[in-house]
Ligand binder design. Structure first.
Ligand SMILES: C[S@@+](CC[C@H](N)C(=O)[O-])C[C@H]1O[C@@H](n2cnc3c(N)ncnc32)[C@H](O)[C@@H]1O
Length: 275
């Protein structure tokens, strides 16, 4: 069998479980051969003994529903190739919208910043590369911090990694900027999640009974460790935002910006601690 045929077979198999079947098939072929898909498509080499490995990957992806990021132990975020495994959330392109906003808003400022709930370190790596100042990245999960440490070392990042429940170790008025992609899925929605998402750590997904509770607590506690006039920029969902508005916690801040993606979906909020 040649590569182009293999690509078609894999695409078809994966289309039964994923809307991104072609992209996934390209990625599998690239990983198998260790070469770019465009090159392989033109050269169209024989698959040979790699067929066994291809079958194994497709079986794990289609029958077991394991995401490719966990099979290949890598994910791409904001131009970084990150090590990931089941100890951390797979970073999402939605979160890049938040990073874009943070970098546009704060790029020339000298800041002390925190990425709360850093997971693989995805957000922190982008802030570290493109912002001035001093950075911290924290997570309640020791295992997540181990993964973030791998990625921070890979890219020679300067931020400090800390295992912490919310803001417990931080002194009052420590930060000019907090960025966070908190867990915000409601417990009741767990049953509706795709099998792939269930491979991710529950603590990275579930934000409480109704989903907004973790974010509410985080916003309440962030007031203490932000300087006056400091910013907190969070990822959230439209549903979670509606619930947060009802609690009044959003009103305890100045709302600077609702952050939308290109399709017009609300992705995040920029809130300011008042002076
Ligand atoms: C949605 S994931 C975000 C991971 C990463 N920042 C990203 O965007 O890919 C949420 C993260 O918050 C962490 N987390 C959950 N509860 C926490 C807590 N009480 N304090 C600090 N981090 C927490 C989880 O371990 C998880 O890594």
């Amino acid at each position: 069998m040649k590569v182009r045929d293999l690509y078609k077979v894999i695409s078809k198999a994966i289309s039964t479980v994923s809307p991104e079947a072609e992209a996934e098939a390209k990625w599998i072929v690239e990983e198998l051969f260790g070469k770019k898909f465009e090159y392989l498509f033109v050269e169209n080499p024989s698959v040979g003994q790699l067929i066994d490995r291809a079958n194994e990957i497709v079986r794990k992806r289609v029958s077991e529903r394991i995401p490719l990021q966990y099979l290949f132990k890598k994910a791409f975020f904001y131009g970084f190739e990150l090590y990931v495994d089941e100890r951390v959330l797979i970073p999402r392109s939605d979160t890049e919208v938040i990073v874009d906003y943070v970098l546009e808003t704060f790029k020339e400022r000298d800041l002390t910043w925190l990425d709360l709930g850093t997971g693989s370190g995805a957000i922190a790596l982008a802030l570290d590369k493109f912002l001035k100042g001093t950075g911290f990245a924290s997570d309640v999960s020791m295992e997540a911090i181990s993964v973030a440490n791998v990625n921070a070392n890979k890219y020679g990042a300067r931020f400090m990694l800390i295992v912490a429940n919310l803001f417990s170790p931080f002194k009052d008025s420590s930060f000019d900027l907090i960025v966070s992609n908190p867990p915000y899925i409601a417990e009741a929605e767990k049953g509706a999640l795709s099998p792939e998402v269930l491979f991710e750590p529950p603590s990275a997904l579930l934000g409480g009974k109704e989903g907004f509770e973790f974010t509410e607590t985080m916003l309440l506690e962030a007031q203490r460790i932000l300087v006056r006039g400091g910013s907190i920029i969070i990822e959230t969902s439209p549903e979670c935002y509606e619930k947060l508005k009802k609690t009044g916690v959003v009103k305890s801040y100045i709302l600077v910006k609702e952050i939308y993606d290109l399709s017009g979906e609300l992705r995040g909020l920029h809130l300011l601690r008042s002076f």
